[in-house]
Design a protein around this ligand. Sequence first.
Ligand code: ATP
Length: 326
Amino acid sequence: MTIKVQELVKEFRRPKRKSGRFTALRTLFSHEYASTRAVDGVDFSIEPGELIGYIGPNGAGKSTTIKMLTGILVPTSGTVEVAGVVPWRERERNARQIGVVFGQRTGLWWDLPLRDSLELVRPLYDLPRQRFLANLETFAGMLGLDQFMDVPVRQLSLGQRMRGDLAAAMLHEPQILYLDEPTVGLDIVAKRRIREFLSRLNRDAGTTVILTTHDLDDVEELCTRVILVDHGKVLYDGDVAELKRQHAPHHELIVHLAEPAFTADIPDVQRTRREDGFVTLTFDPARIAAADLISNVLAVHRVTDLSIVRPKLEDVVADIYAERSP
Ligand SMILES: Nc1ncnc2c1ncn2[C@@H]1O[C@H](COP(=O)(O)OP(=O)(O)OP(=O)(O)O)[C@@H](O)[C@H]1O
């Protein structure tokens, strides 16, 4: 069930807008086009059972890539293989092995109770009744759907609807799940529930999960690997921890001392006294381990409080975006 993407390009062309009188008419008959390279030579491969964060700023080309992986869009050039299937050539075969959830839209029937809406998934995949019912029970249990199975989809809260969408995407037991912003607009509890579900699915069923999101806490909590894209190109593909090491190598130890002056002299550590009386010690864990630093401080001072602050993925990524934006 490997996903292989090579030199993937998607260009959108639209007629150049003409200015002056009869704008719409002149645009309609114009043969000039403006083109956007939404995806500009992307390569990656994903092994079965990985849980990947596919991230990047607005307009980076994430959704366009997901749409090519799911077979909704045909690329301008390049290749995609999902378990040996070229998604846009064999859409139906591809659909049987993947589940898709777009956070901004629902795949459920608005006017039907959730149960009936999920029931409509069955014929799409020719699922035998017994298998369908067993899966429905499993996912309803995992996602806590039982209380609102009989509520029309239009009356569900965003979080409840998203859980319904996740169940709908998983009823045919796909081995790959694509999620485009599954936690957008959800409160903290609903987000946590979705994250727990994805983590369990990945751990217990070995489902490969590809997740695009602007909520980097989703990535930090769920993913070990991240693919960072901007302007249609891959900027980074690898470990979340390594991305942090490369861009924000320093951690902070924040201490509060019983005595007024900080006198411990520790090489490679920068210290600043904060207005609230705490001292911030900035250190590189590759040079000195947090535990050694703490012992060094405790050897000289009586400490009344301490905490360690590690760089957050959100800050690291915000810095990368900021450096790149014109
Ligand atoms: N159907 C389309 N026709 C023309 N241009 C498009 C189309 N779909 C996307 N684009 C353009 O392609 C670029 C990439 O869009 P895409 O939606 O893939 O980005 P994204 O990374 O998913 O962004 P976001 O985080 O805002 O959802 C953008 O410049 C967008 O305007």
